[in-house]
Design a protein around this ligand. Sequence first.
Ligand code: DHB
Length: 396
Amino acid sequence: MAHRHVINTQIAILGAGPAGLMLSHLLAKAGIESTVLELRSHQEIAETARAGILEHGSVKLLVDSGVSDRVVRNGDRHDGIELRFNGESHRIDFQDLVGESVWLYPQTDVFLDLAGRRQADGGDVRYSVTDTTVHDLEGEAKVWFTDADGVDFELRADFVAGADGSRSYCRSLIPEAQRKRYFHEYPFAWFGVLAEAPRSSEELIYANSDHGFALISQRTETVQRMYFQCDPDEDVNNWSDERIWETFRSRVNGNGFELKEGPVLDKTVLKFRSSVHTPMRHGKLFLAGDAAHTVPPTGAKGLNLALNDVKVLFEGLDSFYQTGSTALLDTYSSRALDRVWKAQQFSYWMTSMLHTPAEADDFQRARQLGELNAVVSSHHGRAYLAEAYTGWPGAR
Ligand code: DHB
């Protein structure tokens, strides 16, 4: 076999999405070395459209750890959202209810900030690697990989962090008998649209209607991000601009409110699923982010959960290197999962409360409107939503 160049590090991180890069950044600040391996190219990650809402705790982590203050300079602070049903909007005032806000700042920008910071700090991040395999997790952990130039390496590390996304290879390294998979599929998907148009509303609109759900989000002064509930098998090629706008109009317009329309720049179908894989730790391997759990997009919890995992994992690793104690590493899985299940519940609840199943009968539809009414007409109902949406106090 060809010779492998040996690299010694403390933490081998698989995946250079927000979870892997944030972990590497926090470790570097604490004087702990890491190498990050990523199968995709920098460009491919930067061009993937993802959700756009950051909890206040996520913003604090990005700013306080010195990744970038671009999120507060260029991002938009949102102090509330609108829930729209029966043709009427009901504002959920986050500041008034729980004294917190969220920031609209796309995940792509979070990635660019993190990748830029790691590069500026001399971090070892290798994109476009191939043939990544992990060995000897029970002994001296090693990761074999081939870099973008075709050179073979052996990365030796104290621990391995699997931040390698929803189709995680690292997850499969945990013996099947020792892991459990929780899974839920939903009978809908989102049709995501990027449109060249001015903003239609100051805040995000989550709209429930007889025709299904729609979400009006934003990107810039001239480009808007919007979604409508569709069938999981929907084909974007069957959707002309006019058909797309007609769908939004029927779900959102009314009572004096009209969406601002314009050319559609991009359209994609997003599949819905909830999954949790436990435990998130096996010996020297720790899973973080989508590698361990995915949520449906309603409420935009995915990235926020990934950042929370990484913060909890960093605390465990830092404590180990400072004191030799594995106490915080030993409780990593249960501490991270605490927030994961809260977010699963919130994402499931927002999804089921706002979407209309194709087969819903009159009772189910009327019950759903009763639920929406119960939430918006109660201080406690609105506060429950506001606390979950802006991010529970706790681990972070
Ligand atoms: C966005 C996505 C979401 O899933 C959400 O709940 C809010 C906003 C977005 O992409 O802007």
